[in-house]
Design a protein. Sequence first.
Length: 161
Amino acid sequence: MLTPPRFWRRGWQEGLDTLVMDVKVGSGAFMPTHTLSLDLAPAIVNVANGAGCKTTALLTDMNQVLASSASNAVEVREAVRFLTCEYRNPRLLAVTLALCVECLLSGGLAKDDADARTKLWAVLDNGWCWTTARQRRCLAAWWQHNKDRPTSLSASIAICQ
């Protein structure tokens, strides 16, 4: 039987209404085979729905990289580039939009896929996502420290501590 992790229980106790899970399949996945990943997704959904939290799960392929970079500091730089419209890796954009569409639909904030995508593009393109992300001090401090420098993992760790 699948038991909910602590963060689920805490979310449910605090009134989490909906949950969208990203279940990985492929070589980078938690489950060792594609079939087990396919079995995991409905198990997660059933446990969460059974606890009263409207839940869906999307399967994402880990046989290829999601974005253009790997490693904490360069991934943060890529996230900043994504949010500021400087560059959006097509695969990262596709997975991000799919997960966000599901969140908006599950939360009743969009009437259909097209409505959700329209809303998502609006906040991506008008800078709202970047403005919101900058309000988190760690990301803003990292960006100010590293925007004109070669990316350094040690620099990002020092700034965020």
